[in-house]
Ligand binder design. Structure first.
Ligand code: BT5
Length: 325
């Protein structure tokens, strides 16, 4: 029954501006017209506004605030990514759930998505704040055939995908602060967290978590986050449709990911460099173990490694697994 309800909602989303007759729906789904009517009734109770006109049929007028699984899956233009979506109305962390699902064997391209993340994680035990229905929290489960040392490149790829999506959807041109922050006017719009499930030498799964501040009002950010965070809405004053934003990100990500798997990081590197904010500057980097390194950021190489030059001229390679300040 749940399956038919989802199929009906999908049809309504796919024909958003048209009426679909009960007869047509029952034929396409393979259930009775009475069953169609009952499912429509349930959807209405769940908060979907569905216009129903005799002889014409049903038309989707509005949906509950925020995301739902079908709003993202209907019309999604990807081959693998998001073909399976695990959607939760509210949850602690999409990242934690994705790690659990990956451990249970979830397929490559599975996406975990929620309307409300209550215990979001950043790197190194930091927290990530989410605001119900106004920002996007999702995790991608990928199973690339990659050596472990190359996986930090996926963080850089994700940053490019996120910045490109923002530019396509809003016209804003964002910068990337190595390795994982997407900034506009110095404020953070997107956070990216890459985690691994690996055996000694091979990668079982890469879990990429992304948080986008989309429609959050700046007053919703508490101190001290307020001084470092921004949302698309706080910059442009506009509201964006979360579902189409997710669809657009998944399509962009998949495109870059395929390019990467076929041609390697050299196909991503120039795209990343175009948006890089701290190349050619003095920067500080925290290395594993807490040692702080200062130097001039020369650039990144074809492996995605940051090339730093210390004051005495010694070159140092910094991996995005290391933490920048
Ligand atoms: C990150 O960590 O930027 C990675 C954030 C990843 C979040 C996603 S959401 C979906 C998935 N599920 C999860 O549980 N996590 C992932 P880091 O570089 O450590 O930055 C964290 C710092 O950013 C915090 O210490 C705050 O200063 C700041 N911050 C927290 N929430 C923010 C927000 N909404 N917008 C901007 N900055 C924020």
């Amino acid at each position: 029954a749940n399956h038919s309800k989802k199929a009906i909602l999908t049809l309504l989303y796919e024909h958003k501006d048209q009426f679909l007759s009960g007869q047509k729906i029952s034929e396409l789904i393979g259930c009775s017209r009475t069953a169609v009517w009952k499912h429509i009734k349930t959807l209405t109770e769940e908060g979907f506004k569905i216009e129903s006109v005799q002889k014409k049929g049903y038309k989707l007028m509005d949906a509950p605030d925020g995301l739902n699984e079908v709003s993202v899956s209907a019309g999604l233009q990807t081959k693998t990514l998001g073909r399976k979506i695990c959607f939760y109305e509210s949850m602690g962390s999409t990242q934690k759930e994705a790690l659990r699902l990956a451990d249970e064997g979830a397929a490559d391209g599975t996406v975990v998505l929620t309307n409300e993340q209550t215990n979001g994680r950043g790197r190194l035990g930091h927290t990530w704040q989410s605001y119900r229905g106004t920002n996007i929290a999702m995790s991608l489960i990928l199973r690339p055939d990659l050596p472990i040392e190359k996986t930090p490149q996926l963080t850089l790829l994700t940053a490019v995908a996120a910045a490109d999506t923002i530019e396509n959807e809003t016209g804003l041109s964002c910068g990337i602060k190595w390795p994982n922050d997407i900034l506009f006017d110095g404020k953070k719009l997107v956070g990216i967290l890459t985690e691994l499930q690996a055996e000694a030498t091979y990668v079982k799964a890469v879990i990429i978590g992304i948080g986008f501040n989309v429609n959050t009002e700046s007053s919703a950010f508490p101190e001290p986050i307020k001084s470092v965070a921004a949302s698309l809405r706080s910059i442009t004053g506009k509201q964006y449709e979360l579902a189409s934003f997710v669809q657009s990100f998944l399509a962009k990500f998949e495109f870059l990911y395929e390019l990467y798997l076929h041609n390697g990081f050299k196909s991503i590197r120039p795209l990343w460099e175009q948006r890089a904010l701290n190349l050619g500057k003095q920067i500080k980097v925290r290395q594993p173990g807490g040692r702080i390194l200062e130097g001039f950021a020369r650039g990144i190489n074809d492996d995605g490694v940051l090339l730093l030059e210390k004051a005495d001229g010694t070159p140092v390679r910094v991996y995005s697994a290391d933490i920048e300040w």
